[in-house]
Design a binder for this molecule. Structure first.
Ligand code: PHB
Length: 391
């Protein structure tokens, strides 16, 4: 038997055994694949902390079903680690649902597996539009880069920025961000002076910042995966005096994420980003969310990964409530549904299976407590995934 057939047989057996177990045990198993080690381990921590908030507010069971989570570490962008982890969850642990997935290549790598197992998979981060087109079992509670970047292009042009150098990490989400920003910005009449693609493993961003500086744009637009690389890029911008040269930094909220924001220092004041969530979002639901998070984890901050997981828990619980272990029934109940999130109103768009949501243009300022915050200065309402492939 070749490898593919062996995998298919193992999966079929697992599904059959799983079905006979329905009557006996009523524990719903959910596999969570995310970085829990290495430079991107913060995502795993953010996910777990947000899950704690959800469970404190909604319990660890739903409609009489006990909910059990099994965590697997994928490290950073590592498709083969994500595939192995997911295969183990499906075959050995016989999970009913999957969740997590931070990096686009990891999510893409597991699409063939869930297409065979028919497992509803709630993406809590990975944000390239095409992912959801690779499997109808993907649902996404994070965002896509086109969803975030196109509204920022409109804002930039309306606010006096006419020339831009784009500088993005050279893989799926960076390319999505660059294309969506450039398309919208050029349609308005703006000019892209240079399109810089930075390798995913880059740690020294100085040369790229120097190259952008030479082009003398009104602004640099950037996407870099949140975490150590994004932090280093913004530091390279602030340390190289571009602000004094009148070159503004704008980008997706990944570059000035709350988990690294305080470390950027006062030189980062005035940076403009677009995103679906800011810890400073002034709604009652968000204040309660942040208060509960800090009660459970005093040193934690809330960021986009936190709400990706928190709303992901909402989707999982609603699927279990409607369908128990019957994933098809569960998906039918959530696709097209709307709910209120700490970030604002959400609808799981039936066309893209990504949430339609408000986008916020944010500016780094000093908050009332003297700490840096992403203050929301403009809201663009109910933005769908504008990057979803049409063919
Ligand atoms: C992705 O790989 O899709 C990704 C990773 C980190 C981000 C955003 C998107 O901050």
């Amino acid at each position: 038997m070749n490898k593919t057939n062996a995998w298919k047989l193992a999966l079929a057996t697992a599904v059959a055994v799983g079905a006979t177990q329905v009557a006996r045990a009523d524990t719903i198993k959910i596999g969570v694949v995310a970085p829990f080690s290495g430079p991107f381990a913060i995502y795993g921590t953010q996910f777990k902390n947000a899950m704690d908030v959800w469970e404190a507010q909604h319990g660890k069971s739903v409609a009489g079903h006990k909910v059990e989570f099994i965590f697997k570490d994928s490290g950073g962008p590592n498709p083969s680690a994500a595939r192995t982890a997911t295969q183990e969850l499906l075959i050995k642990d016989r999970v009913n649902y999957l969740a997590g997935y931070v990096f686009t290549p990891n999510a893409l790598a597991i699409a063939p597996l869930i297409n065979q197992s028919h497992t509803p998979t709630v993406i809590w981060n990975a944000a390239t539009s095409v992912i959801n087109a690779k499997s109808k079992y993907f649902l996404r509670t994070s965002m896509t880069l086109p969803q975030v970047s196109a509204p920022l292009a409109d804002w930039a042009y309306a606010n006096g920025i006419k020339t831009v150098v784009t500088a993005v990490t050279d893989y799926g989400p960076g390319i999505d961000a660059q294309k969506a920003f450039a398309k919208e910005f050029e349609a308005k009449g703006g000019k892209i002076l240079d399109d810089i693609r930075m390798p995913i493993k880059t740690t020294d961003f100085g040369p790229f910042i120097q190259r952008a500086k030479t082009d003398k744009p009104n602004a640099i637009f950037s996407f870099i995966p949140a975490g150590p690389p994004a932090f280093s890029f913004v530091k390279a911008y602030t340390d190289n005096g571009l602000k004094a040269d009148g070159i503004k930094l704008i980008g997706t909220g990944d570059i000035d994420d709350e988990t690294t924001l305080q470390g950027l220092g006062d030189a980062s004041i005035g940076i403009i980003t677009s995103q679906h969530y800011s810890q400073a979002h002034p709604s009652k639901m968000n204040q309660e969310f942040v208060a509960e998070l800090k009660k459970l984890h005093p040193d934690a901050v809330a960021n986009f990964a936190s709400v990706g997981a928190y709303d992901g828990m909402h989707v999982l619980y609603r699927m279990i409530e409607a369908g128990g272990k019957d994933g098809a029934k569960g998906m039918k109940a959530v696709i097209g549904s709307s709910w209120e999130s700490p970030r604002g109103p959400l609808t799981l768009d039936p066309k893209t299976r990504t949430v339609t949501q408000n986008m916020y243009i944010r500016e780094i300022t000093k908050g009332p407590d003297g700490k840096l915050e992403n203050k929301e200065i403009e809201t663009i309402k109910n933005v769908p995934d504008v990057g979803y492939p049409t063919k």
